[in-house]
Ligand binder design. Structure first.
Ligand code: ADP
Ligand code: MG
Length: 488
């Protein structure tokens, strides 16, 4: 159990997340207006979005399909009967005076997301529900010294609100959950998961309790827009509640905001100030009734999701859970890895563990250093480099150097090796000559080695590698050196 040590004993943190995920769809939930990000203000607004009198919403079937697809990806119940309600509140960015949402009867019910925790454990987190709703517009406070402008482009865009059970127990687990959920949404192609652009926003509900006690009163931190901030907000909020309770105070059910510059949460409104949304079924919309076969068809078309892919990578390629987890986090990375392994899963594929090692440790490392992505180096080209290593035409050390040049120039590995004269020296004669030179130059170390200081073998090995500019086959150097030193 993860606990936090307070002044008066241990506390457990309890967290449930509400995620707003923007649906990938060319048109809005109830209108045909486009949804492109970053368009000029108020250029993507239909009469429906602007709530002109007499305008009627028409459901976008594709958005419904996306919600169903997401529900299936979350292993959740799909409700064949669901209802759209009006959630009434007044705000300048909401021209209708209500948001169309789903309340008592959402389109998706209970589901499960599996987390791979850093300690190797797997944890199931319950999904309470997923419902469809409209996004609101945006108030612009920076366009005029004393006026607020309103941009309605976002108004009416489809959102999926995904609510988790209070199953998370630390800020770190919340981060793992968010990453996993985002990964699933991206695999499904139902939300791009881009938190900076606001396509994924998170409300964090946080409470603390003594281990074994019932859940405590929670506060809700609204609209946090990065995974790091969600974690910081939870950590701050848990500490605040613990201190409050240890001083004899009680936690009030309230809504708070996270100030990312100061790293603190602040009161936004108390429960007494909470809105009464006066929900009621939207009389302009019929209940949403789905065809069972239609849902089955969507299910049959689901892609292989991260959990299944990870299991397959472990079973078929013999990868560790960790390596498989890293590779499947993004669909593009997993596809890339499989393209490098090649051979259609058959006999003539490349060594899967060797490839995983090179992709995870060398390629990812160099790409992030160079600010590039896997799109900058086609899988066949990267595979060409691995082939040279396997065929011992280039040493692993030189291959890393070749990769750096490949990322800058886009040239073939073989060509770079030839141009830079990096061919691995596997010629026994050349290696013997280098070994002989080192043994003469390092007579003192050789004597010490022979007298029992066996650690010096590594040093001598390094000297030979250096004498050959790292191009010698380490395996051959090792063999020759051992032989010349008297077969120890
Ligand atoms: P509301 O409708 O007021 O938002 P819900 O019961 O739907 O309330 O809960 C919203 C979120 O709060 C869910 O993600 C749930 O897991 C979480 N939650 C509920 N109780 C607690 C608690 N005691 N501590 C932390 N999170 C909680
Ligand atoms: Mg809520």
């Amino acid at each position: 159990m993860t606990t936090i040590q307070g002044k008066t004993g241990e506390w457990e943190v309890v967290i449930g997340l509400e995620i707003h995920a923007q649906v990938i769809s060319a048109a809005k939930l109830f209108s045909g207006a486009p949804t492109d990000f970053g368009a000029e203000a108020n250029t993507q607004v239909s009469f429906v979005d602007a709530a002109m009198p007499g305008m009627l919403p028409v459901i976008n079937e594709f958005c419904v399909e996306q919600a169903v697809r997401t529900g299936l990806g979350l292993k959740a119940e799909i409700n064949l009967y669901s209802v759209f309600d009006r959630k009434n509140y007044f705000y300048p960015d909401l021209p209708a005076g209500y948001q169309i949402s789903q309340y008592q009867q959402p389109i998706v019910g209970k589901g499960t997301v599996y987390l791979d925790l850093p300690n190797g454990e797997t944890r199931a987190v319950g999904i309470t529900r997923l419902h469809l709703e409209q996004d609101a517009g945006k108030s612009l406070h920076d366009q005029h010294p004393d006026l607020t402008y309103v941009d309605l482009n976002r108004c009416g865009i489809a959102l999926m609100e995904i609510v988790s059970e209070p199953d998370l127990r630390s800020a770190e687990e919340a981060g793992v959950y968010l990453r996993k959920l985002r990964s699933i949404l991206r695999y499904l192609g139902t939300c791009d998961g881009n938190m900076e652009q606001g396509s994924l926003r998170c409300d964090a509900n946080v409470s603390v309790r003594r281990p074994g006690e019932d859940y405590g009163t929670r506060s809700e931190i609204k609209n946090v827009n990065s995974i790091r901030f969600v974690q910081q907000a939870i950590e701050y909020e848990a500490r605040r509640q613990i201190e409050l309770r240890e001083e004899g105070g009680t936690v009030a059910q309230e809504t708070r905001l996270f100030d990312s510059r100061k790293g603190v949460t602040r009161l936004m409104r108390t429960k007494e100030e909470a809105h009464d949304y006066r929900y009621f079924p939207d009389p302009d919309l019929l209940p949403l009734i789905l065809d069972k076969e239609w849902v089955e068809k969507i299910k049959a078309g689901l892609p292989e999701l991260p959990d299944e892919k990870k299991a397959r990578f472990m079973a078929d390629y013999g990868l560790s859970a960790y390596d498989a987890g890293v590779l499947v986090a993004e669909r593009e990375t997993a596809d890339y890895y499989e393209a490098v392994v090649g051979g259609g899963g058959g006999e003539d594929r490349r060594d899967p563990k060797l490839v995983a090692n090179w992709v995870i440790n060398e390629l990812f490392g160099q790409l992030s250093k160079a600010g590039k992505s896997i799109n900058d180096i086609p899988p066949e080209r990267f595979a060409g480099l691995i082939d040279l290593v396997v065929e011992e035409k280039v040493s692993a050390r030189s291959a890393k150097e070749v990769l750096t040049v490949m990322l800058v120039t886009g040239k073939d590995a073989a060509r770079i090796v030839a141009e830079k004269g990096l061919e691995q020296v596997s010629d026994a004669g050349a290696i013997e000559a280098a070994v002989d030179r080192v043994l003469t130059d390092q007579a003192d170390e050789v004597a010490a080695y022979k007298a029992g200081k066996e650690k010096l073998f590594g040093f001598l090995m390094g000297q030979v590698m250096r004498a050959t500019q790292g191009k010698a086959s380490p395996k051959l150097v090792n063999e020759v050196l051992r032989k010349k030193l008297g077969g120890k």
